[in-house]
Design a protein around this ligand. Structure first.
Ligand SMILES: Cc1ncc(COP(=O)(O)O)c(C=O)c1O
Length: 385
């Protein structure tokens, strides 16, 4: 008999069946076995890459990818100043210098021009992430990088199953990185992967991880949970994309919000749906009062306004929060900052991110997009007076 969760969503049923099979086989007694091997083959085939290295997290996968480049201590890796916090540390821990570039206006990902503006003679590589439903322009970035002899690490941790100009996210870079973290689109609590076609990079990753055993491993159990989720990923993406389009259409009535722009040739994956608060919100009376009263703890007027918005939305059952803090305030001892980081600062101050559970409701337990809409509606009404 199927229980109440699995009768709601097919992925949950597939995972439960896989776990039951796993238990019946006694497969938990193996360090490495058919599940890991099947997952490696599945990733390699899906992303058209020869090598797939599985590991303990997306955070570590980024570090491992950068480590595989064997950079010298004075060599630099480009990173957008608005990105996942662990990526800054990953480059440092791999022994290289972070060089910050800006992101596109009203976006969270860098353009080629922005990467080029920050690059210097010591630049050897870049980490480029797809964030909040926005996809980096990989075709342009990869052809520029190739021309300059730079290595591209493509962080697709938030974009598992997205497509960019006819190729899956994660398949563009010299190295592609994925996460199987608990909140991700394919989840096993923890886990990550790096894919590549480069035998030297793959070998260096193996050498770093092997200490008589794979010391940063994904387990057979995690692989058994991950594999069945791939079957439903395209269907779930389609449902999420449609829900996201409806929600964005509804939210477009609020002129104090900016919305992610969807390009025709892209099929984004909405791990989180990103929104921005615009400057015009600062003219609304309740926000002016809130800012003047010195309420909240944030530092810029926009981020103070965002605190107000999040506080109001917290009265509703919605999983929404701020985006990343960005690296603009990191000291010059810790990274090189050759360009102005204006758009990254705005992104850090104004971004809101809505978790994907709302886009697949009611099957995954998130409240419906209608209730997300109603929450924004109620807040808007309150701000008007
Ligand atoms: C862009 C990006 N890179 C890397 C990671 C790290 O993944 P993990 O949580 O598996 O360590 C995340 C996690 O949210 C992410 O958003």
């Amino acid at each position: 008999m199927r229980n109440s969760i699995s009768s709601i969503h097919p992925t949950a049923q597939a995972v439960q069946d896989a776990l039951a099979r796993f238990a019946a086989e006694g497969a938990w007694r193996k360090y490495d076995g058919p599940y890991l091997s099947n997952l490696r083959s599945l990733l390699a085939a899906t992303l058209g890459r020869e090598y797939a290295r599985l590991c303990c997290s997306g955070t570590f996968a980024v570090e491992l990818a950068v480590r595989s480049l064997q950079l010298e201590s004075d060599e630099e890796v480009l990173l957008a100043a608005y990105d996942f916090p662990g990526n800054f540390r990953a480059i440092q821990d791999a022994g290289a210098i972070v060089c910050l570039c800006d992101v596109a206006l009203n976006n969270w990902v860098p353009t080629v021009e922005q990467l080029e503006a920050a690059a210097g003679p010591k630049t050897k590589a870049m980490v480029v992430s797809h964030l909040h439903g926005a996809l980096a322009p990989m075709q342009n970035i990869c052809s520029w990088a190739k021309q300059k002899g730079l290595v591209v690490v493509e962080d697709a941790c938030q974009a598992h199953g997205a497509w960019i100009d006819g190729k899956p996210a994660g398949a563009w870079g010299d190295l592609g990185v994925l996460s199987f973290g608990g909140s991700k689109l394919i989840a096993s609590g923890r886990g990550g992967a790096v894919v590549t076609n480069n035998a030297s990079f793959a070998q260096r990753m193996t050498i770093f991880c092997e200490r008589g055993n794979d010391s940063y491993a994904l387990s057979e159990l995690q692989a058994a949970v991950i594999i069945p989720q791939y079957e439903y990923l395209p269907i779930d993406h389609e449902l999420r994309r449609n829900a996201a389009k409806n929600l964005l259409h509804h939210l477009s009535q609020f002129e104090w919000l900016s919305l992610v722009q969807l390009r025709i040739l892209e099929q984004p994956a909405f791990y989180k749906l990103g929104l921005w608060i615009r400057d015009s919100i600062l003219k609304m009376p309740p926000i002016q009062q809130w800012v003047q009263a010195g309420s909240g703890t944030a530092v810029s007027p926009l981020s103070v306004a965002r605190e107000y918005v999040l506080q109001k939305l917290s009265a509703h059952p919605i999983e929404i929060g701020p985006g990343f803090n960005g690296f603009m305030r990191r000291s010059a001892n810790r990274c090189r900052q050759p360009v102005a980081l204006t758009n990254s600062r705005t992104a850090a101050d104004s971004t809101l991110v809505l978790h994907h559970s709302h886009l697949l409701n009611p099957q995954t337990g998130g409240s419906t997009i209608e209730s997300v809409q109603a929450a924004f509606e109620a807040m808007h009404q309150e701000m008007m007076y």
